[in-house]
Design a protein around this ligand. Structure first.
Ligand code: ADP
Length: 263
């Protein structure tokens, strides 16, 4: 009496006719589950050896005992270990987010303080090369998972730094209208050709793999954002002009928000 996963598709024809297709997708569903578990397990298993390697590298560098001509290779080993660590962490986070489309987070998050926090982290990441500003006329509370929402907001802001190598202002905006609340990050960086926009949230999809790697990207950031949004009934829109800059917007439905006046 094992449980099955069914997919139902209904196509209506006029008033009183409909075609109903029921597919048994249990096998597909199980395979997908196995893939997720596998990625999660591998990522988890890789963490311990990475921590050990990073630890010894640090000790060796700090000891001053390493031969002089090993400085560069050691620096590279450090850098690559850090890259692999963020990749493993992102894979693990993504696997965890993918296990359910429905989030259970019931935290009440003030949008304004989240924006201020992300702006501060973005300034420190940018090393003073970008002017980061926060525009939040009306604070709101979002009901959801604090950690997940932070990683969605931060991913967009950090991308703005990574993909505007010549500096330029980065603006974080929050506005509320009848449809809900909208958080956006506006940069004046390299921009994105419209053909790429529909695929940006695919795992490891990059417009320019070399640039992404150089700037420390794992290729998983926007996939993580997408899954966080699914779990908060929200979605993302992107507008961009190549060579001029991009705006990434997260749209939250009003049911997820509490205005300060109605709190
Ligand atoms: P990555 O780790 O490569 O940055 P993401 O999933 O965060 O991975 O983004 C996917 C791709 O989308 C990036 O490789 C980059 O090509 C493009 N991208 C994301 N944000 C921006 C932006 N603000 N400006 C230009 N391109 C962007």
């Amino acid at each position: 009496d094992e449980s099955r996963t069914l997919q139902v598709e209904v196509t209506r024809f006029g008033q009183d006719e409909a075609l109903v297709i029921v597919r048994d997708v249990t096998r597909l569903h199980n395979l997908e589950q196995m893939r997720r578990d596998f990625v999660a397990n591998v990522s988890h298993e890789l963490r311990t050896p990475l921590t050990v390697i990073a630890g010894y590298l640090e000790t060796l560098q700090a000891s001053g005992q390493a031969p002089r001509n090993w400085e560069r290779p050691l620096g590279q080993m450090n850098e690559q270990t850090a890259r692999m660590t963020s990749l493993v962490n992102d894979l693990l986070l993504l696997a965890r987010l993918e296990t359910s489309e429905r989030g259970r987070g019931r935290d009440k998050i003030s949008v304004r303080s989240l924006m201020e926090q992300v702006a501060e982290e973005t300034r420190s990441l940018s090393g003073g090369r970008h002017q980061v500003s926060v525009h939040c006329a009306e604070d709101c509370t979002i009901t959801g998972d604090a950690g997940e929402l932070h990683s969605a907001f931060a991913n967009l802001a950090f991308n703005a730094v990574k993909y505007s190598p010549d500096g330029g202002p980065i603006e974080l905006h929050w506005r509320v209208d009848a449809a809900g609340g909208h958080f956006s990050v506006k940069d004046s960086g390299i921009g994105i050709d419209p053909v790429h926009i529909p695929r940006l949230t695919e795992r490891f999809y990059r417009v320019d793999a070399g640039r992404s790697r150089e700037s420390g990207g794992t290729g998983l950031g926007l996939a993580i954002v997408k899954h966080v949004l699914l779990r908060h009934s929200a979605n993302m829109s992107v507008s961009s002009v190549p060579g001029r800059g991009s705006t990434f917007t997260l749209n939250f439905p009003s049911q997820k928000l509490t205005l300060p006046s109605s709190a």
